[in-house]
Structure formats: structure tokens, C-alpha cells
Ligand binder design. Structure first.
Ligand SMILES: Cc1ncc(COP(=O)(O)O)c(C=O)c1O
Length: 381
């Protein structure tokens, strides 16, 4: 079996799994309880928060735990919109965001907010000049992803942050769900106010997200209840998941350099093979300025889902462009369409995404299998 679907989700790291089970078995007290078991759970929660804050170079009060990347994104966007509605109703984003951003913004549009969707170039990248031109006195929020989940493009977050330095009242949110380990500073730039992470994308467990919120920024809370997470996000904390997340976060950063190099080598091997067929194979992931963990391409006139299942029969697991959209029949990648890719090519796209267990030997096995399929499909055509 070859698992090349790490942008959809990753296998939990054995050390993170150990932390998860250890916490479940030994720290089952509720961190809000007054007794000793509660105190022990609370101490562990504080420790996990401190570890993540230190790794991000921020304060513990700036780290909030949520249920995943989707909730972190929803909270950053809606929380800003509802908090700042008196100051303005204009939001800027890109046309290639994950649905947890784009669908949330569509909802806000129905509630009377105005959203500017910045175009992207042929590599799926926003031009900071377009952002500069879109800024208005009533702009309250800019939300741009760090790394695109469908093709891997890295957005110019630093350049955008520099521009926004002159606009200190605007909240700058970055969806960093696909980004951990790709930047030296996990939060990229000090001008970033809100940053979303998702544990299951970096070999942590499902059901845990992180929202970094800069100390002086205010967000409306969306989840009311017992006042956990500094009264801003209620609900009994998922302590085992949070402890395992802290472990996976640290491990991801520790092995980032080695990981990136290995994934670059895997990607280079597969790219070299794909490039032999320029008439029938198109590569959509940029060759530079992109994360090495994603490689998106298409074999002409073979639908993405057909290729996904043909590879699956050979024990190779990949996606059409994003796991969320892959069950919607006839759905094309929104990123590819925003890049101006022709609809029929977009329908044929598949995404390979690499993780910490993948090897160059697997890349070679993938190439051999894909070559058989390419020949088979070419004969059929
Ligand atoms: C860029 C991006 N943002 C947000 C999400 C949502 O994260 P989660 O699955 O933790 O809700 C994903 C998941 O694929 C993603 O790739």
C-alpha cells in the first residue's frame, strides 16, 4: 500500500498516539474540576499550550484550542466580522481558499458583508499589488491561505503582511492548515493576527485545531457555554487530543528540514517522469514557490475519479484535487478553475500528497504503476 493522500489527512505519529493513549488512561479528569484529578488535567493542558506557544514564539494567552481547521477558520472570519461590524463590512480574500474559508465568507455576504476575491495567476498565486488596490477604509479583515491544499502554491504572506503594516486596524488571518514545517516561523510574520492550524494535517489526531490570536485582537466568541479557553471558546477540552497535538507539532517542526528535502526528491522523481509526456500530461503544481508535499497533475481525457480508483486497485491512495470535493461528482477543482485551467483538464486532475513515511522507492513504484495505466488508457482512447 502506498499512501499519497497526506493533504487530506495524515497517519498519526506513533509518539503522538502514545501521548494520546497515556493522557486518556491517566488524565481523565476534567480540567475545570476543582479536585486533584482536575488539577492534574489542567496542568497538562497548560503544559501543552505552553509547548505550542513556545514553538510559535508567542504567548500562551494567544493559543486557543478548537475542534479543527474548519472551526479555527470559521471563528477567525465570523468572529472578526461580528466583532468589527460597527467599523466596516468589507473583507478581502483570494479566489483559491479552502471551503472552510470561502463558504463561510459566502454566508457572511448573505448577512450583508462585502467580500473582494483576489484573482490568482497561472500558478495559483495572489499578487500583493491586487491586495493593495483592494484595500478600503471599511476593510476589516484580510484572509489568505499560506499553502494551497490542492496544488501546494505558497502565497506571498510576508509581502501582504508588509502592506498591512500600514493598516493596523485590519485583522490579518492566515489559513495555515497545510503549512506547518514549511516556514521557519510557524506564524510566518509578526503582522499576522490570526493563524489556523489543524492537528490531523501534521500527524496529530483528528478533532483538534489551533487558532493563534494576537493578544490585542478581539474576536466575537461563537461557541457559548462553560467559559473554557479564556471565555472565548467553550466546551470541555479534548485533553488527550491536545496533548498529542503538542507532541506532533514539535515533531513536525523538528523534522521539517529533512521532510522537505525528502519530499522534494520524491516530487522531482515523479515530475521527471510526467514531463516525458507534455502532450497528454499537464502538471499544475508550480515547480518553485510551492510546498513539496503536493503534486497535482492530469492525464488528458481521463477523469480524476477514474484515475483515483484505478490507482486504488493497485494499492495506491491519492485524491482528486481535494478530499472535501472528491465525493461531489462532476466537481472540478476551484483552484484550477481560478487559475484559468480549462474545465476538461481540471476534471482530470489528481493530487498526490506526501508525508513523513513516504519514500523514493514508493515514488518509483507509483511511476511504474501509473505508466501501465497511462498506456492502458491511451489504447482505450
Ligand atoms: C487549507 C485548508 N484549510 C482548512 C482545512 C480544514 O481543516 P479540518 O479538516 O481540520 O477541518 C483544510 C483541510 O483539508 C485545508 O486543507
Amino acid at each position: 500500500m502506498i499512501y499519497f493522500d497526506n493533504s487530506a489527512t495524515t497517519k498519526i505519529d506513533p509518539a503522538a498516539l502514545k501521548s494520546l493513549v497515556m493522557t486518556m488512561e491517566n488524565y481523565y479528569g476534567n480540567p475545570s474540576s476543582l479536585h486533584d484529578l482536575g488539577n492534574q488535567a489542567k496542568a497538562l493542558l497548560n503544559k501543552a499550550r505552553l509547548q505550542i506557544a513556545e514553538l510559535c514564539g508567542c504567548q500562551t494567552e494567544e493559543i486557543f484550542f478548537t475542534s479543527g481547521g474548519t472551526e479555527s477558520n470559521n471563528w477567525a472570519l465570523k468572529g472578526t466580522a461580528y466583532e468589527k461590524t460597527g467599523r466596516g463590512k468589507h473583507i478581502i480574500t483570494s479566489s483559491v481558499e479552502h471551503p472552510s474559508v470561502s463558504h463561510t465568507l459566502k454566508e457572511l455576504e448573505q448577512e450583508g458583508f462585502e467580500v473582494t476575491y483576489l484573482p490568482v495567476d497561472k500558478e495559483g498565486r495572489v499578487n500583493p499589488k491586487d491586495l493593495q488596490a483592494a484595500l478600503r477604509p471599511d476593510t476589516i479583515l484580510v484572509s489568505i491561505m499560506a499553502v494551497n491544499n490542492e496544488i501546494g502554491t505558497i502565497q506571498p504572506i510576508k509581502e501582504i503582511a508588509e502592506i498591512l503594516t500600514d493598516f493596523p486596524t485590519i485583522h490579518f488571518h492566515v489559513d495555515g492548515v497545510q503549512s506547518l514545517g514549511r516556514f521557519k516561523n510557524p506564524l510566518i510574520h509578526s503582522r499576522v493576527d490570526l493563524y489556523s492550524f489543524s492537528s490531523h494535517k501534521f500527524n496529530g489526531p483528528r478533532g483538534v485545531g489551533i487558532l493563534y490570536k494576537k493578544k490585542n485582537r478581539t474576536l466575537k466568541n461563537l461557541v457559548e457555554g462553560g467559559g473554557q479557553e479564556a471565555n472565548l471558546r467553550s466546551g470541555t477540552e479534548n485533553l488527550p487530543g491536545i496533548v498529542a497535538t503538542a507532541k506532533a507539532f514539535r515533531l513536525s517542526l523538528e523534522r521539517a528540514q529533512e521532510e522537505n528535502q525528502r519530499q522534494e526528491a520524491i516530487q522531482a522523481l515523479i515530475r521527471a517522469y510526467l514531463k516525458q509526456y507534455p502532450d497528454t500530461i499537464r502538471i499544475f503544481s508550480p515547480a518553485s514557490g510551492a510546498s513539496p508535499h503536493v503534486l497535482c497533475f492530469a492525464l488528458k481525457a481521463v477523469r480524476g475519479e477514474v484515475m483515483v480508483h484505478a490507482l486504488e486497485e493497485k494499492g495506491i491512495y491519492v485524491s482528486t484535487t481535494s478530499a472535501c470535493s472528491s465525493r461531489q461528482t462532476g466537481h472540478s477543482s476551484s483552484t484550477l478553475l481560478a487559475m484559468g485551467v480549462d474545465g476538461s483538464w481540471a476534471h482530470s486532475a489528481i493530487r498526490l500528497s506526501f508525508g513523513f513515511e513516504n519514500t523514493e522507492e514508493e515514488a518509483q513504484r507509483f511511476i511504474d504503476t501509473f505508466e501501465d495505466l497511462r498506456q492502458k488508457f491511451t489504447v482505450i482512447q
